[in-house]
Ligand binder design. Structure first.
Ligand SMILES: Nc1ncnc2c1ncn2[C@@H]1O[C@H](COP(=O)(O)OP(=O)(O)OP(=O)(O)O)[C@@H](O)[C@H]1O
Ligand SMILES: [Mg+2]
Length: 230
């Protein structure tokens, strides 16, 4: 059976206007990603990786072209529907984590559920299960400043997963990790993709890209190659 198309881009472009100067961050990007696929996006600094990820995460809008998520043309969604997509269908892992420094690991992970009428005990329970799954069960009440870089990364991943999104987007998710913690994070991504989540990772790390079943290489805002391993 053909798997569901979770992401489809049709000639997506992005131009930033910097005063009189136009920066063409994305030329014309088209590709499809199916349910459960794990894709790495690589390419030199400034080639448009983060721009593309922000568009996929509905944090930025393309200048031209179309983006479909789960078959829906996102340009037809109103603000409320967009917020719903952002909050429930997409998990975003930012390079700098954006954890709330005054909240412990458990509360950081429970936070995204606040916006969806989940009662507090259920929120904390779900957050705890997610942290346990990521091997963080003994660090629930540590503040971010009391955690190692790799542990903070796992809190950020748990938070991105807690609303059970179908798409997980990660910008340099192993950028701050030693190779062993990086591999652990990758193992988690691999497990998640086998559970049917679509995972898109932006990375500079050639080892991560090598372990990915599909690699999209960007150059100057366009796709240079799109390779699937068999
Ligand atoms: N808000 C903005 N305004 C103007 N230009 C921008 C803006 N954001 C990004 N750019 C430009 O768009 C291009 C693509 O930027 P982007 O952040 O997507 O690159 P990247 O591939 O993620 O690079 P890196 O690997 O260094 O993170 C760059 O030339 C950048 O200078
Ligand atoms: Mg970037």
């Amino acid at each position: 059976m053909q798997k569901k198309e979770t992401i489809a881009l049709e000639a997506v472009s992005k131009t930033y206007s910097q005063g009189a100067v136009a920066v063409h961050a994305l030329g014309s990007i088209s590709f499809k990603v199916h349910e459960g696929e794990r894709v790495s996006i690589i390419g030199p600094s400034g080639c448009g990786k983060s721009t593309l990820l922000h568009i996929l995460g509905l944090l930025d809008v393309p200048t031209g072209g179309k983006l479909f998520l789960d078959g829906t043309d996102v340009s037809t969604l109103d603000e409320q529907q967009l917020a719903h997509f952002r909050g429930r269908k997409i998990g975003f892992i930012f390079q700098s984590f954006f954890l709330i420094p005054t909240m412990d690991a458990l509360s950081n992970v429970a936070l995204p559920m606040m916006f969806y009428d989940v009662p507090e005990h259920a929120r904390l329970h779900k957050a705890q299960l997610m942290l346990e799954r990521l091997g963080m069960g003994d660090r629930l009440h540590h503040l971010p400043s009391e955690l190692s870089g790799g542990q903070r990364q796992r809190v950020a991943i748990a938070r991105a997963l807690v609303n059970d999104p179908s798409v997980l987007l990660a910008d340099e998710p192993t950028g701050n990790l030693d190779s062993r913690s990086g591999e652990e994070v990758l193992k988690i991504f691999d497990e998640l993709s086998r559970e049917g989540k679509t995972i898109i990772i932006v990375t500079h790390d050639p080892n991560i890209a090598k372990m990915s079943p599909r690699i999209i290489r960007l150059k100057d805002g366009n796709i240079e190659s799109d390779e699937k391993k068999r």
